[in-house]
Design a protein around this ligand. Structure first.
Ligand code: ADP
Length: 375
């Protein structure tokens, strides 16, 4: 499929639109100064699958609505392919959209629903039929054209909504929690389909979700939103392995947080005292000696030193007591307590070859310096 949209908004550089948000702000109620979106700057590349991820109320939908043109920014700019669109009405932006609640017209057939944006654009009937058939093929629903939405499952309705959003060949597709109403199994299947669809179409996707697993599975890059601001932008690996701050470390996956005091620096490694022990951590900044900091590390990166998984790369070590031990099928999950009471979670792949720990047992844990980040 090429990017030469029949309504062709902007010139095609690649088949996906690039989107630039510059210091974007939105205040709904001027009497109440709280900003729903508070200075968001983001460069979304042509053909990228970018997800805005964040808790409820963090400003994701508002940002998406401003890109679509259904909300007006209080300040800042939105450019599509380098051209400001802030003054352009939604229909002229030529953007496809999919929402959580399908929003199909109940009294129209699948074919009429998918053909609706084409009809609005004055596409002749024969051409319309061809494009609708192509779009239904793309979402694996050929032959469903004559049905009504009520005759389809939730997953099928959402596929129809996607077909309707891409039938006019937009270069940008916005999706707001499109899988939110579906059960887990179906959601996981459709996540993979969305990725495939993205690869097939080659257009830019901006996707909103509060589900971190969904974001990690599908996205080229994720913008983590908190309180109307972008907390960090990066690839799923960047965010998981190198969180910039405590919010991102806590929101994406599970993290341990260890209070520590900086004692020294060695190149890009900070040496900090935690529970009377020196721990080494990666650190982009230059903290000063004596500064109180927080170190973070992932539960699955920790090992008991006398277990089958010990004895690799540069290690941090800490003495702990087991306070909780849970067998959870593929993993064992331990709650540990370090000297003065800091709680630490350790997850170990379950294996009959690895000895299970008992509550009350003393142990030493170890983990790689590369898996320790100062946040
Ligand atoms: P998210 O999509 O991350 O859940 P929203 O963009 O929906 O976040 O909301 C951000 C903030 O703006 C919230 O505090 C929300 O209550 C407020 N808000 C959203 N829509 C409106 C509106 N139409 N009028 C007033 N406040 C709104």
């Amino acid at each position: 499929m090429t990017g030469a949209g029949m309504n062709g908004a902007g010139s095609a550089s690649g088949s996906g639109a690039s989107v630039t948000l510059s210091n974007l702000e939105k205040t709904y109620d001027r009497a109440n100064a709280a900003k729903a979106v508070d200075g968001v700057s983001l460069d979304i590349r042509s053909g990228e699958f970018l997800t805005m991820l964040g808790p409820s109320g963090s400003g994701k939908t508002t940002t998406l609505m401003m890109i679509a043109g259904f909300e007006t920014p209080t300040a800042g700019d939105i450019a599509i392919d380098g051209k400001s669109v802030v003054a352009m009405p939604p229909y002229r932006r030529n953007i496809g959209m999919v929402f959580q609640n399908y929003a199909l017209f109940p009294h129209l057939t699948v074919e009429e629903n998918v053909g609706f944006p084409l009809k609005q654009r004055g596409v002749p009937k024969a051409e319309r039929a061809k494009l609708v058939a192509e779009a239904l093929e793309l979402v694996h629903l050929p032959g469903y054209g004559a049905r009504y939405p009520r005759q389809l499952s939730g997953g099928q309705q959402q596929r129809v909504a996607v077909a309707r959003a891409v039938v006019f060949k937009p270069r940008l597709l916005l999706m707001d929690e499109p899988l939110g109403a579906l059960d887990k199994q179906l959601r996981e299947n459709l996540q993979l389909e969305m990725r495939r669809l993205h690869a097939d179409l080659g257009i830019t996707f901006i996707y909103v979700t509060h589900d971190q697993e969904e974001a990690l599975t599908m996205s080229d890059r994720i913008a983590v939103m908190n309180d109307g601001k972008v907390a960090q932008v990066g690839s799923p690996e960047d965010l998981y392995d190198r969180p910039d701050n405590r919010f991102v470390a806590g929101f994406i996956g599970e993290s341990n947080f260890l209070p520590a005091i900086v004692r020294g620096l060695e190149d890009d490694v900070v040496i900090a005292e935690c529970e009377g022990t020196l721990i080494r951590a990666l650190c982009p900044g230059r903290p000063t000696s004596g500064e109180k900091v927080t170190l973070t590390t992932r539960p699955e990166r920790l090992r008991f030193t006398d277990g089958a998984w010990s004895g690799t790369t540069p290690q941090n070590r800490l003495s702990v007591t087991v306070t909780e031990a849970v067998f959870a099928g593929e993993r064992c999950r331990y709650m540990l307590q370090a000297g003065d009471g800091t709680s630490i979670v350790l997850k170990e792949p379950s294996s009959t070859a690895i000895r299970r720990r008992a509550v009350g047992e003393r142990a030493e844990i170890a983990w790689s310096v590369a898996d320790t980040i100062l946040v």
